[in-house]
Design a protein around this ligand. Structure first.
Ligand code: AP5
Ligand code: ZN
Length: 203
């Protein structure tokens, strides 16, 4: 299947995309991870780092190219973190078709808590949370890091950028065939079972 997952920063896109990739044997295409892996690569618009550390969008030309290349080589995918504005929506429509659009709906106070408490294992990329999801293994616990953009000020700016640029994207997809709103405030397992049910019904 060709799946798009949309939602605010911290809605659980990365967490659920990993489940989807594993369950359906598809590629997890994520612009956030791709950009983090190439943070210091110079483009004609500067480096991704300059935008990401402030919570701003990286220029469309840079991101569009990443997505086009990744989708071309994927046999089934879950696309996470893109499109984030209407110009990216148009670009995406020119290169692929979507079977399912999953919207993870989570209220803003919950997003701030999830993001500022998130810790990442640099070796596996696995996400944890300081309040309710720490690894049992002490070695793993000791190597966890906070993402550069998960500080309180940058989180606020990311949420503002989401409201301004990405909420219209979600409105755009509401009328799209295969659109499903998922209550993303439930536990990760409950969210996953709702997602799996919705995808199985549509592919
Ligand atoms: P990106 O990496 O895409 O970040 P984001 O959209 O802000 O989303 P996150 O990765 O923070 O959250 P998520 O929804 O994946 O949630 P997660 O599963 O991790 O983008 C980063 C930056 O890159 C952007 O700001 C921009 O600069 C740039 N960029 C990326 N794409 C771009 C584009 N298309 N155009 C331009 N620029 C672009 O979960 C979050 C936390 O919550 C974790 O701790 C997790 O354990 C926990 N959690 C997950 N699910 C649940 C649950 N159900 N209940 C409780 N806790 C949960
Ligand atoms: Zn993510």
């Amino acid at each position: 299947p060709q799946i798009l997952i949309v939602g605010a920063p911290g809605a659980g896109k990365g967490t659920q995309s990993s489940n989807l990739a594993e369950e359906y044997g598809i590629e997890h295409v994520t612009t956030g991870d791709a950009l983090r892996a190439n943070k210091d690569v110079e483009t004609e618009h500067g480096t991704p780092r300059e935008y990401m550390e402030d919570g701003e969008l990286v220029p469309d030309e840079v991101v569009n190219e990443i997505v086009q290349e990744a989708l071309e080589s994927a046999d089934g995918y879950v696309l996470d973190g893109y499109p984030r504005n209407e110009s990216q929506v148009e670009y995406l429509e020119g290169i692929t078709e979507l079977d399912v659009v999953l919207y993870l709906d989570v209220p803003e106070e919950e997003l701030v808590n999830r993001l500022t408490g998130r810790r990442v294992d640099p070796e596996t990329g696995e996400n944890y949370h300081t309040e309710y999801d720490m690894p049992a293994d002490e070695e793993v616990r000791d190597r966890l890091v906070q993402r550069d953009d998960d500080t309180e000020d940058t989180v606020k700016e990311r949420l503002r950028v989401f409201e301004e640029n990405t909420e219209p994207v979600i409105e755009h997809y509401e009328d799209h065939a295969g659109f499903v709103r998922i209550d993303g405030e439930q536990s990760p397992d409950e969210v996953w079972s709702e997602i799996k049910g919705a995808v199985d019904e549509r592919v």
